[in-house]
Design a protein around this ligand. Structure first.
Ligand SMILES: Nc1nc2c(ncn2[C@@H]2O[C@H](COP(=O)(O)OP(=O)(O)OP(=O)(O)O)[C@@H](O)[C@H]2O)c(=O)[nH]1
Ligand SMILES: [Mg+2]
Length: 406
């Protein structure tokens, strides 16, 4: 009898012990939360992420998106991710506060909340503490605020200010957009030849230029900076458009003089066909709309571009006409780069003012949760330069392009 009770007790004890053991195992499998701290490195490796040899970071460019893995935790993945040496950049003024926050919230929502890239704000005047505080709250990376040195935002000594004033008045009377604006000209010249020399920007290689009040209409489920780096791209864009001839009347002749002096700066496989319909005789006014740019600043810092900018600057066209940084950048990348260094971000839905790029291919539109009307896509509009671009690049247009052209 006693023996029987003893046996039952032993069996019960083993059953309880077994039950505790099973519970312990289960707890360990479901989140590592009970006994020991989780080994995320091991977990990540077990999920087959590529290990980056030189720094032991995990390369997730071909992996999952950060927001989707409840097992590893987003923050941890972000910490281990090897980001590109890159920053988002916005040139703006104090009065742009609302538009800046609007833009920041949109790009954070669609992209940067998963990557935490820095965001540099530049101004020709100091930002107030209030502006900095209010904006920083919405940036998931570091917010950095820089004042532009006066020599990057003023008249060089070779400019005749009286002549510049007369030309501005003329353009204003003709109703040319921003024709009478002095600050617009400083802005265009700064964006053409100086932003990448700002001490804060000098710390980075890649930048993504964004403006106040713009829209990002699709999710960006990968890192465009890493894309640029991994694919050796130098200049990325979303929208092409024609320039107003009146603002750049002598830009092409000045460029032709520069080319004549430096023919070796033009690789054979450049994109001259995009900007000229007659092998360089004249400019067809096509350019990449530079309010959106993802690019490698080493190009702007190169000997070729630096000499080109200096040559243009000396001719005075930034002040006597109203040369925009968009045609200047576009001409330079089209002439001095092999065309495979350029990239059309046809998946990044983007709107600036009345023009937008809305992905017209179904897989992109549906896969990236786009919130835009394909009918409004500007790519193949007559005033855009999509047709010139696809032809110059030798690309096949999407099957449905005619449906969205006009
Ligand atoms: N700090 C500063 N930023 C400026 C100034 N003028 C323009 N910007 C910025 O430079 C960029 C381009 O200026 P915009 O006025 O948007 O020029 P735009 O895109 O050609 O013209 P819109 O079609 O009106 O947008 C924007 O990011 C502006 O915030 C200025 O005087 N000071
Ligand atoms: Mg703008």
């Amino acid at each position: 009898m006693v023996n029987q009770r003893y046996k039952t007790l032993v069996i019960q004890a083993f059953a309880i012990l077994g039950f505790i053991l099973i519970l312990y195992k289960l707890a360990n499998r479901n989140g590592n939360s009970i006994s020991s701290p989780p080994n995320y490195q091991k977990l990540a490796e077990s999920l087959n992420f590529k290990n980056n040899n030189n720094n032991n970071n995990i390369d997730l460019t071909n992996g999952i998106s950060f927001g989707t893995d409840p097992f590893l935790g987003k923050e941890l993945l972000i910490k281990q991710y090897q980001k590109a040496n890159a920053t988002i950049m916005t040139l703006c003024e104090e009065r742009d506060l609302k538009g800046v926050i609007e833009t920041v919230r949109k790009l954070e929502d669609r992209f940067n909340k998963n990557y935490h890239y820095d965001w540099v704000f530049l101004n020709n005047e100091p930002f107030s503490d209030e502006f900095k505080e209010k904006v920083s709250k919405f940036v998931s990376g570091n917010s950095r605020f820089g004042v532009i040195p006066i020599e990057h935002w003023s008249y060089p000594e070779f400019i005749d200010k009286e002549k510049a004033k007369l030309e501005r008045e003329k353009m204003e009377n003709e109703g040319v957009i921003y024709g009478g604006s002095e600050s617009y000209r400083h802005m265009c010249r700064f964006n053409s030849g100086f932003f990448y020399r700002h001490p804060i920007m000098e710390e980075y290689k890649y930048y993504w230029r964004v403006e106040p009040h713009v829209e990002f209409t699709c999710d960006i489920n990968y890192d465009p900076f890493k894309f640029m780096e991994d694919n050796n791209k130098i200049y990325g864009f979303t929208i092409t458009i024609h320039e107003f001839l009146r603002t750049i009347e002598t830009l092409w002749d000045t460029t032709k003089k520069f080319i004549k002096n430096n023919p070796s700066y033009l690789p054979n496989d450049n994109l001259m066909k995009f900007i000229s319909n007659d092998k360089g005789e004249s400019y067809n006014l096509c350019h990449f709309w530079s309010n959106f740019e993802i690019a490698d600043m080493d190009f702007w810092r190169s000997k070729e571009y630096e000499e080109y900018f200096q040559f243009l600057d000396k001719s005075g066209g930034f002040f006597y006409e109203r040369w925009g940084d968009a045609p200047v950048h576009s001409i330079a990348v089209s002439l001095f780069l092999s065309k495979d260094k350029l990239h059309f971000f046809k998946d990044i839905g983007y709107q600036h003012g009345v023009y937008q790029m809305c992905p017209i291919e179904d897989n992109l539109y549906n896969g990236n949760k786009c919130f835009c009307e394909k009918e409004n896509d500007f790519t193949f509009d007559g005033y855009a330069c999509g047709k010139e671009l696809f032809s110059a690049m030798g690309w096949t247009k999407p099957d449905n392009w005619e449906k969205y052209a006009d």
